[in-house]
Each structure stands twice: as C-alpha cells, then as structure tokens.
Design a protein around this ligand. Structure first.
Ligand code: PLP
Length: 378
C-alpha cells in the first residue's frame, strides 16, 4: 500500500507548476533579484488580502518576529530587559525572537482544549516590566478575545501576533495578522502559504513600525551606504515573492479544503483512546468556522508513541508538534526549572494526523479507518 504522506509538498506545488515556472523564468530573465517589483506587488496583494496598511517582506518567519521587537526597541516602546508574555507550548521560534532582542519571555500556560494561550492566566503574569503579549495562533486556530484586547489596553501592552501557522484565519471578520499591533508571517514551504525556500513578512497598520522594520531588515539603511541603525539583512527575494503571489490566489480554496478534511476527521474518528481537537467556536460548523485554517490536525492520546508506531506500520505518516517545550530545551537552560503541567501533557500526548490541500478522499478515509481500529494495547 502506498504511504500516506504527512504533507505532500511535491503534489501541492505540482498543481501550479506551469504558472510557477513561468513567473520564475520572468524573474530569471529580468536580471533583478531583490527589492524589486515582484516583492512590491506581493506586499501589496498580501496587504489587500489581510486588509492591513503595511506588509514588509522579510527573509523568514523568525526574522519577521525578531524585526518587530527590534523596531519597537528602536522606537523606545520597549527596552532591553522588558518582559513579553509568550505561550509556553509554542514553537521555539516565538521565544527566540524575544530573547534575541534581550527581552525576557514570560511563559504562560495554554488551555488544554484550544492549545492556545490561556487568556485568563495572562493578568497574573503581568509586571511593571511587561511590554507586550506575543499571541501565537497555534496549529492554525485564532488566539484572540475581547478580554485580551482590554488587558492590553489596561496595562498599555502591545499585542504581537505570531501568524506563522494561521494565514487566512479570521476572528469576527478580521484576518489574523490584522488583529494586533503587528504580526509575523512565515512562508516556510510547509506552511499554509509556502514558498520554495525561506520567506516571511511583517504586517501592521503602524506607519512608523513598518518603516522601522523595513529599514532594520535592510542593514539599518534608508539610503544606500548611509546607515542609521545597526540592522540585519533580512529581505524577501523576487523569486520567492513571485511564487507567493501565485500561491496566494489559491490560499482560500486550499484552506477550505483543509476544513473539509477536518470536518470528516471530527465527525468520523471515533475511538475512546483518542481525543479530538475542540474548535473554540462552537456555534459554527467546522466548514463555516473561519477561526481555524487547520494548519495541523492535532489529536491527543495517552499512548501517543504507541499510536504513532501503529500508524507508521499502517503506512500513515504523522508528526509531533512539538516533542519538547521551549522551557525544557538545552538552549534555554535558565528556564529548565520551570514546570508547566498543561504544556507537559500537550507535549506528551499530541500527534498530528496528515492534513493538506492535496489529500484524496481515499487517503482521508484510510486515516479515519486506521485510527478507529487503533487499540491502546497494540
Ligand atoms: C514556522 C514558525 C515560525 C518560524 O518561521 P520560519 O519561517 O521557519 O522562520 C515561527 N513561529 C511559529 C509558530 C511557526 O510555526
């Protein structure tokens, strides 16, 4: 039996191969590879899609977040040593963006049902040094509420979105990336909008922040060879921009298709050993619920490793997002003493099932059947 891949990137990009090869050839022939019209066009089209004022293309998702904090420090909104609230179970890149700027990440637990930051636990983590909340729309689900906004207002905090996993998601008609003060996007090849290499973007409605991010990502220079700040080199290139511009047109359709798979998994996976993800928005059907773009379909199982081995034997590829939380990594030895019970459970029990815009009905059915046949003692 043919293996069901976790994510068949080759198949995803093959759908658009003719169009992609054509636009890439145009860039090759143009002789212009950075800071050109393809990047400007993509930034403009993404701004229109997100409905925000500014998009600044950067080299990757980590840089997008790093540059937002760096810009706020340059603007004296934050200073070295200030604190930023970050969900404890996020991918390490969110935390790296904070510490790279010599800001202090204050990790806060998620809720077990949403896997997203527990907004009720933010206030107790706020001190005089807190300057921002970095929300992560993890696995593709929006992390947002009125309470979050009023907390930020009450304590004068910036809300920064890590939108690496949720492009296209919406909260009450507003797209992620346009909810907070600024957002970082990743176009890593496996993301819902994936480039063919590294790429990222910052979105914001703040004119000064956008300008700062653009300048800081270009050596801290507005005029060539005149450097106002100690910047970075982090730019979106013309090839990636033109690829992303093609794929942006198909993003909504791809996200819709992911929802149809999620709907089937949620309706048809019936196994007492497996806990299904619970979408926060309960009034809406899975198909109508724009708060989730199902970047990942994450189930929980007490015998997670047994389940994963079983599915591997059945030739179904799965992944774990993520096996080790940031505070337990060697890279953050100073945080190793911290203990987050909910985060620990998540890292011990989660397993991501295959979901993508190119899975066939047959493949979806086979995943459902095999998961339903799983017994905790295999
Ligand atoms: C992918 C990802 C990033 C980093 O993006 P890169 O483009 O790989 O640098 C940041 N945060 C989250 C939550 C991610 O999933």
């Amino acid at each position: 039996m043919k293996e069901i891949k976790f994510l068949d990137l080759q198949k995803i990009n093959a759908q658009y191969a003719d169009e992609l090869k054509h636009v890439m050839a145009n860039v090759i022939d143009s002789g212009w590879y950075l800071k050109g019209e393809k990047t400007a066009t993509f930034e403009c089209n993404l701004a229109h899609y997100i409905q925000c004022k500014h998009v600044v293309g950067v080299a990757n998702g980590l840089d997008a977040l790093r540059l937002i904090f760096k810009a706020y420090i340059n603007m004296n909104v934050m200073a070295v040593g200030d604190e930023v609230i970050v969900p404890a179970n996020t991918y390490i890149a969110s935390v790296l963006a904070v510490t790279d700027n010599h800001l202090k990440p204050i990790l806060v637990e998620p809720t077990i049902d949403s896997f997203n930051l527990d907004i009720d636990k933010i206030e107790q983590a706020i001190t005089e040094k807190t300057k921002a909340i970095l929300v992560v729309h993890l696995y593709g689900q929006v992390c947002w509420s009125e309470k979050l906004v009023s907390l930020a207002q009450k304590y004068n905090l910036k809300i920064i979105e890590d939108n690496a996993q949720a492009i296209g998601a919406e909260w009450k008609g507003v797209k992620t990336g346009n909810l907070g003060d600024a957002a970082g996007f990743s176009f890593y090849p496996t993301k819902n909008l994936g480039a063919m290499g590294d790429a990222g973007a910052v979105t914001t409605n703040d004119d000064e922040l956008a300008e700062q991010v653009r300048v800081l990502g270009n050596y801290g220079s507005k005029t060539k060879y005149v450097n106002e700040y100690q910047g970075l080199n982090s730019r979106l290139d013309e090839i990636q921009a033109t690829i992303l511009d093609v794929k942006l047109k198909y993003l909504d359709a791809e996200n819709e298709y992911r929802r149809t798979i999620a709907e089937r998994y949620l309706a048809e996976i019936k196994n007492p050993n497996i806990l299904l993800p619970l979408p926060v928005s309960k009034e809406l059907t899975v198909l109508k619920n724009k708060e989730h773009v199902w970047h990942l379909f994450v189930v929980r199982c007490k015998k997670r490793d047994v389940l994963q081995n079983y599915l591997t034997e059945k030739r179904i590829e799965t992944l774990i997002h993520y096996p080790i939380p940031p505070n337990k990594q060697l890279a953050y030895a100073e945080m190793n003493y911290l203990d987050f019970p909910i985060t620990n459970v998540i890292h011990e029990e989660v397993l991501s099932l295959p979901i993508s815009s190119v899975m066939t009905n047959k493949e979806v059915l086979r995943v459902i059947e095999m998961v339903n046949l799983f017994k905790s003692v295999q």
